[in-house]
Design a protein around this ligand. Structure first.
Ligand SMILES: O=C([C@H](O)CO)[C@H](O)[C@H](O)COP(=O)(O)O
Length: 211
């Protein structure tokens, strides 16, 4: 099980500072969608250059023209690029095809997918690398989480790695770990803490010991 730090509400210098604080405790740096909107793929490039030993995920949440967008994110240094599970089959297949050419990986974000079980089976057959259940900020605000959804994809996904994102904190991490996803994605649960290194270190410890 790996830990991904989601950077969403920061600029590039703040992102670098944050990663510096938690670098030993994380496996993947996520350049969040708001950061890409504000800073462009330059954020991916600069963070990859600053932390070459960590993998970088570009959270583009691609919905169309995936081949082109995966190519541009790859050129910027992304190791993993996100595509929406709600997009057309040909979009997801196009993302996978381009990622293979570039030697990169695709994470499919299942945010807002209504028929999760069926769509996860379909997306799994496209050869994607990760399938991620995700409760976005808007549903987190009304008390939702993705714990049940994680159990669903753990049951039906046979090839891809499984991931979970959305509002995960130290207090809810044990429930997530119990379901044994391959990747846990945490943003505010680390970035909004007073002692971010301590929060990330504790999360890494819990993940390593499996509880
Ligand atoms: O993908 C995300 C969200 O849609 C904003 O772009 C976040 O990175 C993801 O939800 C993880 O962040 P937290 O919910 O703060 O843990």
């Amino acid at each position: 099980m790996e830990l991904q730090l989601a950077l969403d509400l920061v600029d590039i210098p703040q992102a670098k500072q944050l990663v510096k604080e938690v670098e030993p405790f994380i496996d993947i740096i996520e350049i969040g969608t708001p950061v890409v909107i504000n800073e462009g793929l330059r954020a991916v490039k600069e963070l990859k250059e600053a932390f070459p030993s960590l993998r970088v995920l570009a959270d583009l949440k691609i919905m169309d023209a995936a081949g082109y967008e995966v190519m541009k994110a790859s050129e910027a240094g992304a190791d993993i690029v996100t595509v929406l599970g709600a997009s057309e089959d040909m979009t997801i297949k196009g993302a996978v095809e381009e990622a293979r050419k570039q030697g990169k990986q695709i994470l499919v974000d299942m945010i807002s997918v209504k028929n999760l079980e069926q769509r996860a089976i379909e997306v799994d057959a496209f050869g994607v690398d990760y399938i991620c259940v995700h409760t976005g900020y808007d549903l987190q605000a009304v008390g939702k989480n993705s714990f049940e959804d994680l159990l669903t994809i753990k049951r039906v996904v046979k090839h891809a790695k499984t991931a979970i994102a959305g509002g995960i904190k130290l207090s809810t991490l044990p429930e997530v770990i119990k379901a044994n996803p391959d990747l846990v994605i945490v943003g505010g649960g680390i970035t909004a803490q007073d002692d971010r290194a301590a929060a990330a270190a504790e999360m890494q410890k819990m993940i390593k010991q499996g509880s």
